[in-house]
Design a protein around this ligand. Structure first.
Ligand code: PLP
Length: 450
């Protein structure tokens, strides 16, 4: 077999190569780049129903800060005039300390760090700081919603950890505590990573923390998806329930710039966690992104509770409406979800990949998703779909629109109407909601900061 030297789709790369070779000048190459960005903004930004669970639209202020002047500045190290390598960071110290204190405020945490350019790196921070190679950790398998960052193929694997499965109840979609207690007492994990990308219900954090305490085990809550729900008081509060540390993605339900957040309460963890961040995993940490993250946290204090409550109500309504229209939904017997997502089982309609592609041709964007009954190796052709309500909610859509969306999805998935016909309705629905909600108008001065 030929060695695969290029991981990306070669047809797509060839398309780009032809554009570059066909360009008369570097200026035309630049125009090609901008053209692709504009095409995406028109299609995904204005004509699609974006129902990807990891996405959220940023507020005008958060988005504008991403191109601020400060994004060109270097500011390695810890906050303060003596702990940085570079001079000139007086106002950067202000931005970063506002971010740290706002994160503490919004997550009711004693400590927070702002320097994670991805939540994935937050997870590597936790594994570097709190484990040694050869230690045992327990985490969820991918078909039960687990994420690669806590599995052998991600940061936990890179750290050389022995990774065991958290036993789950496949029907209730939550931890099987009896089997967990038995396995944990036998394996004595240093950390139990409770993190899920398919996440419908809270975790028994308190019970698990209690079970692993006798041998000094800790709970690490990877709240990548639920971070906004937690900040908005619409999910469990992992730190208050006994988790030692929580990471999360700032760009998922939290609706900030794509990057990571980490919070903890135990002062003994400050030294190991922050030295894992700097100088180990972060150097230039994108201060424009830090400013945007701080602004997102401030807006969360004002709007987070209402925004997140509507997201959950929308997801519950969407789940019920899809089920009523003949699509099999997970956890129908327990109200479908307590988060921003619902999971459809579309095995009889051709599986997640085929159905997601069909929906895409109707401008409805969702992702294929493993089901609890799938095998991890079947990740590229799984049986399910994951559908999220964050973006639709931020455009102002509520329960009636969830019924409409369920109708459009069902029309496509059940083959009742051609995707091209549904697409017209999708564009009309999207354009009826032109204004982002749950945020302030563009802050005065934000534009002059650019
Ligand atoms: C998305 C996700 C991550 C990674 O987050 P990034 O911000 O994309 O790096 C980690 N853990 C879980 C459970 C996730 O869903």
């Amino acid at each position: 077999m030929a060695t695969r030297t290029e991981v990306h789709d070669v047809t797509r790369l060839r398309w780009a190569r032809e554009r570059i070779e066909g360009a008369a000048s570097p200026r035309q190459m630049l125009d090609e780049v901008v053209g692709a960005v504009v095409r995406n903004a028109t299609w995904r930004g204005a004509e699609c129903l974006n129902l990807l669970a990891p996405e959220a639209p940023m507020s005008p202020t958060v988005r504008s800060l991403l191109s601020a002047e400060v994004g060109q500045r270097a500011a390695e190290g810890h906050i303060g005039p003596e702990q940085r390598w570079f001079a000139g960071t007086r106002h950067i110290d202000e931005i970063e300390s506002l971010c740290v204190e706002l994160l503490k405020e919004v997550f009711h945490a004693d400590y927070a760090d702002h320097r994670l350019v991805a939540s994935m790196i937050g997870n590597l921070t936790v594994y570097s700081a709190l484990t040694k190679p050869g230690d045992t950790v327990m985490s969820l398998t991918q078909p039960m919603g687990g994420h690669s960052s806590n599995r052998p193929d991600g940061p936990a694997g890179v750290r050389g950890l022995r990774i065991e499965d958290v036993p789950m109840d496949e029907k209730e979609l939550t931890v099987d505590l009896e089997r967990f207690a038995e396995a944990a007492r036998r394996l004595q994990p240093k950390l139990v990573a409770l993190g899920a990308s398919m996440t419908l219900f809270p975790f028994p954090v308190r019970e698990i923390a209690e079970i692993v305490r006798p041998w000094g085990g800790r709970v690490f809550f990877d709240g990548a998806h639920q971070l906004g729900l937690i900040a908005g008081g619409q999910f469990q509060d992992p730190l208050a329930e006994g988790a030692s540390v929580m990471t999360g993605s700032a760009g998922k339900t939290f609706s900030g710039p794509q990057s990571g957040v980490i919070v903890w309460n135990d002062p003994a963890l400050t030294e190991p966690l922050t030295t894992a961040i700097f100088p180990t995993l972060a150097a230039t940490h994108q201060v424009n992104r830090v400013a945007a993250l701080a602004a997102a946290a401030a807006e969360f204090l004002a709007f987070g509770e209402e925004y997140m409550a509507q997201i959950v109500r929308n997801a519950q309504t969407l789940g019920a409406a899809l089920q009523a229209r003949g699509i099999t939904m997970l956890a129908a017997h327990k109200g479908f979800t307590r988060t921003h997502q619902v999971i459809a089982d579309v095995r009889v309609q051709g599986g997640g990949l085929a159905v997601a592609r069909l929906l895409e041709s109707a401008n409805i964007i969702v992702n294929k998703n493993l089901l609890p009954t799938d095998t991890p190796s079947g990740w590229d052709r799984p049986g399910g779909l994951r559908i999220g309500t964050t973006e639709a909610t931020r455009w102002g859509m509520k329960e009636p629109e969830m019924e409409d969306i369920a109708g459009l999805i069902a029309d496509v998935v059940l083959g009742r109407r051609a995707p091209e016909a549904v697409r017209k309705d999708v564009i009309a629905l999207r354009s009826a909601f032109p204004t982002l909600q749950y945020c302030y108008p563009l802050a005065a001065g934000a534009e002059s900061a650019l």
